[in-house]
Write a protein that binds this ligand. Structure first.
Ligand code: AMP
Ligand code: FE
Ligand code: FE
Ligand code: ZN
Length: 286
């Protein structure tokens, strides 16, 4: 079983449409892929349709999810949520708040970039983002188009879009203990995404992870391209101490990042344990 529990479509900052993501997951020989766009479930319907339309004999299952933007003591962090009821109103309202504020903040970042001499426009960023939940990676793509930086990842430096960088503007983000409770109340399963991704900025102290575990966190995403081996060993130890499961996933973003779908995967027993905790939605099979 090849299980990848973290992937983005163009419903947020990935480059594949949800249907293309489903096709890419089949091509990557995956049994399970989770669709976890930032702060939105807008890609779920198309992904469900695509998986149901696969030829007989296909064995892909799509786990509907999302990745919620959170902040604690000024440190941004991401909470994956699987198999929650997308109609449950309190969690839906929180996703809506974050998504809406992404527009105000996107405009402000573009303004800052222009003040700093980058000839990009909000219209251009909207064109790149399409209907997607707009974020810094779309602005990074605009900076690449304008010849300001060579690649998307080169835009995530102190000069431009990195956390605390010259053109970084904060958005509304949820307190993670609240977020864990919202996900559970919607029947979902919350997992801390890339908790040790130091290249993205400051990471939260272990005490915060302990607080999240006490609030109902299910797992830590340990096998992730942004974690070195030492970080993985440390996080595995912490998960063991706190009674948390451990997942692995690619955090695929299509051509916006270099990581391949299925590059990191989750153990089947862990997947089954996560499924057993979910009451808000079902995985979508062929
Ligand atoms: P936003 O949600 O708009 O704040 O943007 C955060 C997104 O930017 C993350 O989900 C990643 O896709 C991307 N990102 C953050 N840090 C980096 C980095 N150092 N290199 C490349 N992409 C990054
Ligand atoms: Fe992203
Ligand atoms: Fe993330
Ligand atoms: Zn992600």
């Amino acid at each position: 079983m090849r299980i990848d529990l973290h992937a983005h479509s163009n419903a947020s900052d990935g480059t594949d449409s949800p249907a293309e993501l489903v096709a890419a997951a089949v091509a990557a020989d995956l049994d399970v892929v989770a669709l976890t766009d930032h702060d939105t479930v807008a890609g779920h319907a198309e992904a469900a349709e695509a998986v149901r339309a696969l030829p007989a004999g296909a064995r892909l299952t799509v786990v509907p999810g999302a990745e919620l933007s959170c902040v604690v003591d000024g440190i941004s962090m991401h909470l994956l949520a699987y198999l929650f009821d997308p109609e449950e109103s309190e969690f839906a309202r929180e996703r809506d708040l974050v998504r809406t504020d992404r527009f105000r903040r996107g405009r402000a970042i573009v303004e800052r970039c222009r003040e700093l001499g980058a000839e990009i426009s909000w219209e251009q960023v909207q064109q790149i983002a399409g209907a997607g939940s707009v974020g810094r990676p779309h602005i990074a793509s605009a900076l690449v188009e304008a010849g300001v930086v060579p690649t998307v990842s080169d835009a995530f430096t102190a000069d431009w879009l990195a956390n605390g960088g010259r053109a970084d503007v904060r958005k509304h983000e949820t307190d993670p203990v609240t977020a864990v409770r919202l996900v559970r109340a919607a029947g979902g399963v919350p997992v801390f995404a890339h908790p040790g991704a130091v290249k993205r900025g400051r990471t939260v102290p272990d005490q915060v992870i302990a607080d999240l575990a006490a609030a109902g966190l299910a797992a830590l995403e340990v096998d992730h391209t942004d974690h070195d081996e030492e970080t993985r060993v440390r996080l595995r130890g912490l998960a063991g101490e706190l009674g948390l499961l451990v997942t692995g996933s690619s955090d695929y973003h299509g051509t916006r990042k270099t990581v391949r779908l299925g590059e990191h995967t989750t153990d089947p027993e862990v997947y089954e344990a996560l499924l057993a905790q979910a009451t808000g939605a079902q995985p979508i099979g062929h």
